[in-house]
Design a protein around this ligand. Structure first.
Ligand code: DON
Length: 313
């Protein structure tokens, strides 16, 4: 059972509708365009969804619209890499330190030559490079099966976005070769980058985001299907890194204002996790200069205040 107070749960549908109305006319920000295919999104799209750990679903707005998951995928690939290799080995390849820099900064830890954390592009590429499989197809199928467990249904890759990323992803290619140089990833550079671009191009809707977040809130068990998506022992690792690094160079202010583990994506999605209570999904493609959804941040701040979600509340 979720430990959200009953009086807040009973008013949640009305509050979410009011919150959606409050920010629906907020048109600050720009849609991502450095991946050309992403620039085609309708900037007016806006959805919010909350899923409780006992499987109650509260969607509002354009929650059925599907979009590519982008960096939100990094959280779940971090979990899969932990299951494949364990905490200590993974730490030899990727740190857990926030950078204070942009998500696409081409920087490695000067001393260890590791990428700083699994949430920035460099760390995510290194993390994805560690996903086990005898060939690209096996690695892709392992990834798709993992996401299916979190979401509760099969999902697919948007091949237009995948191709657009693969064609223009030279900054990520530079990061990959820099990490190859220091032994942080293996020589399968193109295969590893393809898997990374595929994970970012997985199609989800806002309810899917909230179900994934609620699965993390529910000790790795999908609250809709009751299927185990991730060993519960790794939830602490995933939420810790989300809390300190998930919002990139906004992570400090996010921890101060919102105070829950979260992850953003240039698709305009944000997930928030409240352990033993709820998963939050927000989708609005208009991004601030850091690559976080403008409406998404506002909604999560308001939810944190209304539901008293802040870790130190
Ligand atoms: O590799 C990239 O740049 C994108 N596929 C993902 C970046 C992203 O979502 C950053 N999050 N705000």
């Amino acid at each position: 059972m979720t430990s959200l107070p009953e009086n807040l749960l009973s008013t949640l549908p009305e509050f979410l509708t009011e919150l959606h109305q409050r920010y629906i006319d907020l048109d600050e920000g720009k849609v991502a365009n450095y991946i050309p295919e992403l620039a085609k999104v309708d900037p007016s799209l806006f959805a919010i969804c909350i899923v409780t750990v006992d499987g109650q679903v509260y969607p509002v707005g354009d929650w059925e619209h599907i979009f590519t998951i982008q960096s939100i995928s990094k959280v779940f690939m971090h979990g899969l890499a932990l299951e494949d290799h364990g905490r200590e080995f993974l730490l030899t390849k990727v740190g857990v330190e926030p950078t204070g820099d942009a998500f696409n900064a081409i920087i490695l830890d000067e001393a260890s030559k590791r990428p700083y954390n699994p949430m920035v592009n460099a760390g995510a590429i290194a993390t994805t490079s560690l996903i086990k499989g005898h060939n690209p197809t096996e690695r892709l199928n392992r990834m798709l099966e993992m996401f299916r467990r979190y979401i509760g249904h099969d999902i697919h890759i948007d091949m237009s976005v995948f191709t657009s990323e693969r064609t223009t992803g030279n900054r990520n290619r530079a990061m990959a070769y820099l990490m190859l140089n220091f032994g942080m990833i293996d020589q399968r550079v193109d295969e590893n980058l393809d898997l990374y671009f595929q994970q970012c191009s997985l199609m989800v809707n806002c309810q899917d985001l909230a179900v994934m977040a609620a699965t993390l809130a529910n000790h790795g068990i999908n609250p809709i299907t009751a299927e185990t998506a991730i060993s519960p022992g790794y939830i602490k690792d995933m939420l810790s890194v989300m809390y300190t690094c998930g919002m990139y160079n906004f992570a400090g202010e996010w921890a101060y204002r919102v105070g829950i583990p979260a992850k953003s994506g240039v698709c305009g999605g944000i997930i928030g996790v409240v352990p033993n209570q709820i998963g939050i999904g927000v989708f609005s493609p208009l991004l601030d200069f850091r690559g976080n959804s403008v409406r998404g941040v506002k909604v999560c701040e308001a939810l944190s205040d209304y539901l008293q979600l802040h870790l130190f509340e």
